[in-house]
Design a protein around this ligand. Structure first.
Ligand code: PXP
Length: 237
């Protein structure tokens, strides 16, 4: 069974929507740990649209499990990570206009730059993962540049239905076993939810699944009755 990393970015999205100081992704992370998750994931984006530096620094200090920092391979972020020493870094592509991370890193095209970033992080003993599409050429390139770990982008599997989904699942299975044969640790994530997660969780050898949006979305719904009852009590119903 894979481990679960909970991404709390969208707790921060809710906070930033109002420019107030709640809900705090740090509180959500600690509650997720109490529920038994194996790690917390945050993406500190260049535009700081959800997670803030303050969140990452507090998480670094208080988490009992591990902090997996998703970030672009920019000088600003590499310096930040070298200073912070998270338990894990996942390098992701980043485009300002995207709603969420849209595709995997093109390791083949950016081999030189990524090699340098990976080696600087590894020198600091920070395990580095590359978020890539489940394609053999990208997996080989990840191995070539010395990354110990990859995260397979499950977005396409989540987007399609029926026979196409079966095909994407098969692709994820083959990509996982190829990565394992090359000696890589293989994680997976993006777009996984309560309806589509099981077949991916059953792929032999997947180390961890990183899931955010669907968990935060469900938390809002399963928690709303209690939240309303608590407000009614305060009002004095
Ligand atoms: N893994 C990576 C590398 C991501 O960029 C994201 C989104 O931030 C996730 C996992 C989680 O995706 P979702 O929020 O769709 O579960």
């Amino acid at each position: 069974m894979p481990k679960l990393g909970v991404n709390v970015d969208h707790i921060a999205t809710l906070r930033q929507a109002r420019g107030v100081d709640y809900p705090d992704p740090v509180t959500a992370a600690l509650l997720a740990e109490l529920a038994g998750c194996h790690g917390i994931v945050v993406h500190l984006r260049e535009d700081r649209r959800h997670i803030q530096e303050r969140d990452v620094r507090i998480l670094r200090a208080v988490l009992q499990t591990k902090l997996n920092l998703e970030m672009a391979a920019t000088e600003e972020m590499v310096s930040f990570a070298l200073d912070l020493c998270p338990d894990q870094v996942c390098l992701v592509p980043e485009r300002r206009e995207e709603l969420t991370t849209e595709g995997g890193l093109d390791v083949v095209k950016n081999e030189e730059g990524l090699t340098e970033v990976v080696s600087r992080l590894l020198e600091k003993k920070t395990p580095v993962s590359l978020f890539i599409d489940p394609e053999p050429l990208q997996i080989e390139a990840a191995r070539r540049i010395g990354a110990p770990m990859i995260e397979l982008h499950t977005g396409r599997y989540c987007e399609v239905k029926g026979a196409e989904r079966d095909k994407e699942l098969q692709n994820l299975k083959e990509a996982t076993s190829f990565g394992l044969r090359l000696g890589l640790i293989v994680n997976a994530g993006h777009g996984l939810n309560y309806q589509n997660v099981r077949p991916v969780a059953q792929i032999p050898g997947v180390e961890e699944l990183n899931i955010g949006h669907s968990i935060v979305a469900r938390a809002a719904l399963v928690g709303i009755e209690r939240a309303v009852r608590e407000m009614l009590e305060l009002i004095g119903e």
